[in-house]
Design a protein around this ligand. Structure first.
Ligand SMILES: [Zn+2]
Length: 282
């Protein structure tokens, strides 16, 4: 018997913020009929199965911003919500150094099943929500929350946060400047530790750039022991309710963290018109 979760968890669907949060890699859940995909259980706790900590960051941002958030409900090892269906990494057979035996040589029918149960309805829900906002004359600013492993394939990634973009250059630059201005010790990078590519990304391009919505992907380290967990809000517009301060203690957000510094959310009016994003004209 097949048992599937809802393809998307929508947090705060009536949120009033311009920001629309995406967290496609929020969960490491596998429907029971898939077992562990042939992978040791311990591997399913690692970053290859999900973005550790990203769901908690997203939920907190949704609350503080009064923003809607769309969270994935299945592990990326089943099918990756942040890849086009025709990408070679849509359903991976190996991730970093781990083989995914149950994904090797799967039939087209099985691929189609995973797409129909997880990928397609997930993105359909986001698309419908964005269309509804547009019909109501509401702005939509896409912010995709991810986490990255601090060491990948033996290479250390020193950034505290990345701001990734393709079309929204001015929006990204303003966000980076604001982050640096807030905390000079932050190692903030543009388009690091990876870049947004059509073959290895989806949400920012499809729900953002392609629709003319300002869009950023914001990855943060998943398991640091000395680095900050950021409540990263790159941009916030006029007429959005200003929520209260974040909780002082965020130590419960990411299991295994030994020290967590909370950075104040970045609330600001645009430092200058970001005309090329089309996002700040009233
Ligand atoms: Zn991710």
């Amino acid at each position: 018997m097949h048992d599937w979760p809802a393809p998307v968890e929508i947090v705060n669907p009536t949120g009033t913020s311009s920001v629309v949060l995406l967290c496609p890699h929020a969960s490491n859940y596998l429907p029971p009929q898939y077992g562990t995909l042939g992978v040791p259980q311990s591997e399913l706790q690692r970053h290859i199965a999900w973005d550790i900590g990203a769901a908690a960051v997203t939920r907190n941002l949704a609350k503080q911003l009064d923003a809607v958030a769309f969270l994935g409900t299945c592990s990326r090892l089943l099918i990756d919500l942040n890849r086009p269906l025709d990408s070679a990494s849509s359903i991976v057979t190996r991730s970093e150094h781990t083989d995914i035996p149950a994904n090797v040589g799967i039939a087209a029918q099985e691929r189609a099943l995973r797409a129909a149960r997880v990928f397609t309805p997930h993105h359909q829900a986001i698309a419908e929500h964005l269309a509804m906002r547009k019909s109501q004359g509401r702005r939509s600013v896409i912010v995709a929350i991810h986490s990255f492993t601090p060491t990948y394939d033996g290479v250390a990634r020193a950034w505290h946060v990345g701001v990734l973009f393709v079309a929204s250059k001015a929006f990204a630059q303003a966000s980076i400047e604001r982050l640096r201005a807030q905390d000079a010790s932050l190692n903030v990078g543009a388009n690091v530790p990876y870049t947004v590519e059509p073959d290895t990304d989806y949400g920012v391009l499809i729900h953002g750039d392609n629709l003319g919505n300002p869009a950023l992907e914001v990855p943060q380290p998943s398991q640091p022991t000395t680095l900050p967990l950021l409540y990263m809000v790159p941009h916030q517009w006029h007429n959005v309710r200003r929520p209260g301060r974040p909780p002082a203690d965020a130590s419960g957000f990411v299991p295994g963290w030994t020290r967590v510094r909370v950075v104040e959310p970045i609330w600001f009016e645009p430092a200058r018109p970001l005309a090329d994003d089309g996002c700040c004209r009233e």
